[in-house]
Ligand binder design. Structure first.
Ligand SMILES: [Zn+2]
Length: 121
């Protein structure tokens, strides 16, 4: 059996053509089937596509791994470049026993404060 072939559908009983359909489970390709052009019911598995199906699945999972890894790396970069702009890590931060001052702005600051003039010490 192959796509375009005329057949009598066992589901709806009509004379119809076989159409290729791809079964998907989310982003995972389950395989190709031959379906009725009238009622879309599955008539047969599509042979000769099995190796291709495996390759596609592999490509998909490789892509998913890549995306998952990028997701993992994303927050790490952000936390080292964006989130740690606390005054206590700034070169202008002057620590005293009772108060902390910013040497740049000449004002009292807290260790967890941040500002746009942050420079890593
Ligand atoms: Zn049918």
């Amino acid at each position: 059996m192959k796509p375009g072939q005329q057949t009598k559908c066992s589901h709806c009983g009509k004379e119809c053509f076989l159409v290729k359909k791809t079964l998907m489970d989310g982003w995972t390709k389950l395989g190709d089937i031959l379906a009725c052009s009238c009622c879309s019911a599955k008539i047969a598995d599509l042979d000769g596509e099995k190796t291709k199906t495996v390759d596609t699945t592999k490509k998909f999972s490789a892509l998913e791994d890549l995306l998952a890894e990028k997701k993992k790396e994303g927050p790490k970069i952000e936390s080292s470049e964006d989130e740690k702009h606390f005054c206590r890590d700034c070169m202008h931060f002057v620590s005293h026993p009772f108060l902390n001052r910013c040497g740049l702005h000449k004002k009292n600051v807290g260790p967890m404060d941040d500002c746009d003039k942050f420079e890593k010490k």
